[in-house]
Write a protein that binds this ligand. Structure first.
Ligand code: MF3
Ligand code: CO
Length: 249
């Protein structure tokens, strides 16, 4: 999982360096897929079908690229151009050696609204607050409540119907890792548990991300911007090990 995690982080570094106003989300997707395959690995999301609903159309891309009011699962397209002032959440999964890595970052293009910049900064820091709780002896919702408390202290909204997850030989494993909850509750964390922690935080009052029938992308109910950061981590004694970190972020 260290190998898959490092590849995800490098793919996101590449995209962070290359993303520019005027590019299509499809160009970014192609860049990531080529990088992953050049490294003898496979994109985790491509052709993904949720176990809970096998009737869903398989996910058609390497990345999820979700712009502004899009919360998650934006499908890359030749028709979708990123522009100055956008916030662009890029989520990437890699499968190699039998295991997955999964991470996301929200990129800021040029100068953006001050409040939206604060949303991005707070979402990133909320993930760090969650990771800081991912140590043996704590409980699952210690992670969740740390994220929620930090986001709410800025009066931002936690998206409640999308969650992080266990990760390993499957992309999505138990337990679900919500971004809100009561501390000292939930399963006990044990050294070696591997989790994808992924806060999705929005401006405004919306606590749900909604999607149309037969569409992957999920948006805020009120059209306000949303940010998303994710790391794959290992629960350890004392301090969690982050598998998807690099020098760029
Ligand atoms: N990081 C996201 C998740 O864990 C990405 C999943 S995209 C999908 O849910 F296509 F695989 F669903
Ligand atoms: Co994930």
């Amino acid at each position: 999982m260290r190998v898959s995690g490092a590849l995800v982080a490098k793919a996101l570094d590449l995209l962070e360096q290359e993303i520019k106003p005027g590019m299509t989300t499809k160009e970014l997707d192609t860049m990531a897929e080529e990088f992953i395959r050049d490294n003898h690995a496979v994109p985790s999301f491509l052709n993904y079908v949720p176990k809970s609903d096998p009737s869903v159309t398989p996910y058609p891309a390497t990345l999820c690229i979700s712009i502004n009011q899009e919360v998650v699962h934006g499908v890359p397209s030749i028709k979708r151009v990123v522009k100055e002032g956008d916030i662009v959440s890029v989520d990437c999964g890699v499968y190699k050696g039998g295991y997955h890595g999964d991470a996301a970052r929200t990129f800021v293009l040029g100068v953006i609204d001050e409040k939206v910049q604060q949303l991005v900064d707070v979402t990133k820091e909320s993930l760090e607050r969650g990771i800081a709780m991912a140590v043996e002896g704590n409980r699952l919702h210690d992670i969740s409540s740390a994220i929620e408390d930090y986001a709410r202290s800025f009066r931002f909204s936690v998206i409640e119907n999308m969650v992080g997850h266990g990760i390993g030989s499957e992309l999505h494993e138990d337990p679900a890792v919500p971004n809100y909850g009561r501390k000292h509750t939930g399963v006990k964390l044990v050294e070696g548990m591997t989790l994808a922690i992924e806060p999705m935080i929005a401006l405004g009052r919306s606590r749900r991300a909604v999607s149309r029938r037969n569409e992957w992308v999920a948006v805020t109910e009120d059209g306000k911007p949303s940010a998303h950061f994710e790391h794959t981590i290992v629960v350890r004694q004392g301090k969690a090990e982050v598998l998807t970190r690099t020098f760029l972020e």
